[in-house]
Every structure is written in C-alpha cells, then in structure tokens.
Design a protein around this ligand. Structure first.
Ligand SMILES: CC(C)(COP(=O)(O)OP(=O)(O)OC[C@H]1O[C@@H](n2cnc3c(N)ncnc32)[C@H](O)[C@@H]1OP(=O)(O)O)[C@@H](O)C(=O)NCCC(=O)NCCS
Length: 215
C-alpha cells in the first residue's frame, strides 16, 4: 500500500510542527509538548502516516544522504549525532495522531492530516490505527473532545461509533468555543469489532485501489 503507519519519533517533530500550524491555525501544541509526550509520557502513543511515493521520489532526488552526513569536530566527535531525518523522510509524513491510555480508556489527543491530502482516507487510516493500538494496549473505550463546529472531524468520529455524550462549555481558549465530549461504546464488544472490521476493510480496499492508480 502507498501509505504506511509508523511510530512518531523525535526526528519527525519539525514536520509535525509544520502540519500542526496548518491543521490547528489558532491553537497549536508547541514542539516542546510533542517532545515531552514522546520522551516522558509512558501512556502516550503517537503515530505518523507516511506517503511512500513522496518518500521514494524525494529520496531519488536527494541521493545517498548517509555519505554526506557532516562529522562533528573534536571535542564533540564522540557524541552520538542528534536524530535527524532527511528531507524525504520529513516531507513524506502527511499526517499524525496520538492517544493516551488512562486505565482502560484511550483518549485521542490529536489527529491531523496535511491540507493537501485531505479527503483521501488518511484521517480515517490514522483513526483506525489508533483504535488498533487501543485494542493492543487493553483499552475498552475510546474518547475525545472536538470543537462543536468541526464538521469533518465529527463526521469521521461518528463513522467509527463515537457519540456525543456531553458538552464542555468554552473549552477552547482561543475563541471560547464549546467542546463535545465523544465516546465509543465498548470497543471489545462483537458489535463494535464487526463495525470496525467492515469500515477498515472498505478503507484498505479504497487505499489499495488509489495506490494502484497512483502507480
Ligand atoms: C479531521 C481530519 C483529520 C480528517 O482528515 P481527512 O484525511 O480529510 O479524512 P478522511 O479523508 O480520512 O475522511 C474520513 C471521514 O471523515 C469524514 N470527513 C472528512 N472530511 C470531511 C469533510 N470535509 N466534510 C464532511 N465529512 C468529512 C467523512 O466521514 C469521511 O469518510 P468518507 O470518506 O467515507 O466520507 C482533517 O480534516 C484535519 O486534519 N483537520 C484539522 C485538524 C482537526 O481538526 N483534527 C481533529 C481535532 S478533534
């Protein structure tokens, strides 16, 4: 398949910050918040979606970067190099998402795709990957907050069985907008598993076809 899900790493953060500014123009998380999440939060799981076609195209342009990595001069020569990603590795990231596990509840903290790739199923792919992580780590429910005006996100969550359970008034400080708090039913029930499997199969079929068309 053209798109792959990977764990987010520190080296990805410049690109995450870039997409974050576009996805949340009025209320971004600073890069330091993501750094803390990756370094210090044992209950957090962050992923990225990578477009392998973009990665291959840019890699071909870049050539073999390992040959050109600059050496550190004495006295820093003994230090491990900082994790750095090539331009191809960074630019091929087209979305990201994360969750925290609290006991048996998986709280979705963020989900965003680059505006240039919207409506191609990648937001859905990220949500599917988060729910799969939820299963792996023993979550029984998924929950999140969403701006009451965020129609694309609400539609995505609704598709995967999230329901509005309550409202948190003036939750977003940039414009005092209310948040809906959404919860799934228990994700371990046969009914949820079946709904999830059906949507996931349809999504993978769609993405496979798009990959074939894209070559
Ligand atoms: C929400 C977001 C992640 C969706 O990403 P995307 O890649 O465009 O989503 P997909 O193409 O995978 O769409 C999946 C489903 O979401 C819903 N959806 C997505 N965009 C929609 C839109 N503009 N209008 C209505 N429904 C939409 C649909 O139900 C769609 O399913 P369908 O393809 O069967 O119609 C994206 O709009 C985004 O990054 N927004 C900015 C950040 C944000 O608001 N995140 C949510 C915070 S709570």
């Amino acid at each position: 398949m053209r798109y792959v899900i990977e764990r987010m790493t520190m080296a990805d953060l410049p690109r995450i910050t870039e997409i974050e500014k576009l996805a949340y123009p009025t209320s971004q998380w600073p890069t330091s918040a993501y750094r803390r999440e990756l370094q210090d939060n044992n209950w957090a799981h962050y992923i990225v979606v990578r477009d392998t076609v973009i990665a291959q195209r840019l890699q071909a342009q870049e050539g073999d970067l390992t040959q050109t990595a600059p050496r550190r001069a004495f006295p820093f020569a003994f230090l491990q190099p900082r994790p750095q990603a090539s331009e191809a590795q960074l630019q091929s990231i087209v979305g990201y998402a994360g969750l925290w596990l609290m006991v048996d509840e998986a709280h979705v903290t963020t989900i965003a795709t680059h505006p240039s790739v919207r409506r191609r199923g990648l937001g859905e792919l990220l949500l599917v990957a988060l729910i799969d992580i939820g299963y792996e780590i023993g979550a029984r429910w998924m929950t999140l907050e969403v701006r009451v005006s965020n129609e694309p996100a609400k539609a995505l969550y609704h598709k995967y069985g999230f329901k509005i359970v309550s409202t948190r008034p003036r939750y977003y400080s940039d414009n005092n907008e209310d948040a809906y708090i959404m919860w799934t039913d228990e994700i371990t029930t046969p009914a949820y598993r079946q709904m999830f499997a059906e949507h996931k199969t349809a999504l993978f079929e769609r993405l496979k076809q798009e990959s074939t068309v894209a070559g």
